[in-house]
Design a protein around this ligand. Structure first.
Ligand SMILES: [Zn+2]
Length: 150
């Protein structure tokens, strides 16, 4: 997206949210060249997000899949539904802010793990063990150690 002030291509999204009419997304952007901020509106239907799976198949981004994975990881942990909802919101915002049309599922997994790590250690390790399909116990212990060292 070109900056309307200086025409630089070097702009990035600093905030995305649904516009009042709910059929478009309002984005605040920052130009890295001249540091000015501007707002754009984009129609929701023009930005479907496609997830590239490990087998290279494509599917439409589905928030409920992320939610289900996190719920499973947080099973019987002291984490409120509100905290989980907020986590999924944060993850979704981060994904959409990347402004990619296609995102590898591995990138989404890393984002989820990053956020979970800050929320709850046990849930994080559970999610990571499924997501990264730990090849051996050493990899798993490395992950655990990283958490315990913090
Ligand atoms: Zn500019």
């Amino acid at each position: 997206m070109k900056c309307p002030f200086c025409s630089s291509d070097n702009t990035r999204v600093i905030d995305s949210r649904p516009a009042d009419d709910n059929s478009s997304i309002r984005r605040r952007r920052l130009c890295d060249a001249c540091k000015k901020r501007f707002t754009t509106y984009e129609k929701v239907e023009t930005i479907p997000l496609i997830v590239i799976k490990k087998d290279n198949n494509r599917e439409q981004f589905d928030r409920s899949k992320i939610e289900a994975g996190i719920l499973r990881a947080c099973h019987k942990r002291p984490i409120s539904v509100n905290a989980i909802n907020k986590l999924v919101d944060d993850i979704e915002t981060e994904i959409f802010n990347m402004e990619e049309k296609e995102i590898p599922s591995t990138v989404i997994g890393e984002i989820v793990m990053d956020k979970l790590k800050d929320l709850e250690a046990v849930a994080y390790v559970r999610f990571a063990s499924v997501y990264r399909e730990f090849k051996d116990i050493n990899t798993f212990m490395d992950e655990l150690k990283k958490i315990l060292d913090k």
